[in-house]
Structures are given as C-alpha cells and as structure tokens.
Design a protein around this ligand. Sequence first.
Ligand code: HSE
Length: 298
Amino acid sequence: NEIKIFSPATVANVACGFDVLGFCLDNVGDDMVIRKVDKKGIKITHIEGFDLPYEAEKNVAGVSALAMYDAINVDFGFEIEIYKNIKPGSGIGSSAASAVGSVFGMNELLGRPFNKTELTQFAIKGEALASKCEHADNLAPAMFGGFTLVKGIKPLQILEIPSPEDLYATIIHPQIEIKTSESRAVLPQDVSLSDAITQWSNVGSLIHALHTSDYDLIKDSLHDVIIEPHRSKLIPHYNEVKQIMLEAGALGACISGSGPSIFSLCKGEEIANNVAQALKKAYSLITDIEFDIHVSKI
Ligand code: HSE
C-alpha cells in the first residue's frame, strides 16, 4: 500500500532542441513516498529539503496527482511525502521530478492502469503550475529515462532516443535561482529563417548521432543559435564556464533547461570527471557563487 520512488533530475533542450529534447540523470533526483489511504483525495503529508506548499492544488506533485485522481473513480485516496534534493529554479527539472513522481507512484499502487505517455499527460498539469506553460521536455526523460524527443504536445507524443554507451553529462549548478517563466520571457517570438535552418539541421544531426553513436557528430550538433544568445545573459560567467568545459574535453556545452545550470556532454567517464575537476578548480576563482557539480551516465 506504499511505494518509495526515486524521481530523477533531467536536462531539457540539450542545446538545439528547445522544448522538445531532454535526457535523464541517473544519480540526482528526489525521493518520494506514495501511500494508498482510506480517506479520499490527495494529501501531501511531508516535505523535506525546500519550502514548498502543502496544499495539493498549489504543489506541482499535488496538481499532477489531482489530474490523475480526477481521471479514476476510486473510494480511497493517496498521501504523498516529498524528499526534495533538486532545488527549484535550478534548471535540472525540479518541478518535472515532482510532477512525474506522484503520478508514477500512484500508477504503480493502482496496478499500472496508465502507460507512460498517459502519465506524462497528467504530469504536464503539474509542470504548468511551475513554468506557466505546458511543455514536456523535462517530464518525458524523467518518466521514460535516457534521451527523449517530445514530438508533440497535442496529442502528446514522446519518442525514446537511444544513448551511446559512453555518453556522460557533467553539470554545474550555480546556487542562484532563475524561474523558468522569467527565462522564457526574454525569448524572442520570431526567429530568422537562417537561424531556423541552422537549428533544425543540428536537431536532426544530433538525433542521427545518438542513433549511430557518432561522437564527432554529437560535438558538431551541440549548438544553439536561437535560445542561448538571449538566456546566457541571465547566467553569471556563462561563457567562461562553457569555455572551461570545452577546454577540459567536453563534446559540447550549453544551458541546462532554462538555467542557471550548465551541462556538457562527454565521451567517457574519465573526460566527464576531468570536466568536473576543471570546474571545481576554476569556478571559485571566477566568482563567490556556491555551486554543485554532477557527473552522470546518460
Ligand atoms: N524547455 C523549457 C525551457 C525547459 O527551456 O523553458 C524548462 O526547464
């Protein structure tokens, strides 16, 4: 009647794939306990780690749970405990982890009546509470694992993309908060045709490179000419951090989701660790901002 789950952090956009591409981290995330109880409804009974609302209607995990609860007809309810490790506003899918965790856990306790795409559909409601718009590029990798491409939202269509064997991510998370809604507000509504051509060529080639484990092509494809020029201004020392990552051997680096986290992709664990070491040494020389570094296999 109770399940404990790990709900992973995720990197959305992956440079060229704004709002559609994402991947899952294997060792950073929240823990949640979901419990079936006699009393009907959804109740959040415990939150640890960050100060978040207990009212289900105001909590991302609660809103997605309510969306799913409204779709089932049962004479019992669910309690949710949230042990949050991913800081809200960090750019590694904090709200998505909460939104996915509650519905995933409930579905397990119900005997899996819903598939993962249907669960993601409920989770979109929770994500929208946090980012003020419906997008699934963090939700999909949190739900499916690995790399995902959100082919469309209406109807929701999620494609699982293979990850090359030796692909690792190194992520730096400066301890400042950037709200997704704010970093979406700085984006232009229109893009030039030549930028659009560059961007979709990179998305296409990145997907091909992931399928064929072509690391050189991954390196060539990890560029963002549309979003990064606007958002990088919100992240202190962005260009320096990116440079450190590239010089330490990363295939490419860009803003993780809506920032402030910055991710790099690396071929092999050794290079990923080298990038982490280089960041540890250099970042505190550039700034006083506190930071975390994560190395994860994808
Ligand atoms: N694709 C979204 C954005 C992800 O960049 O705004 C938010 O984490």
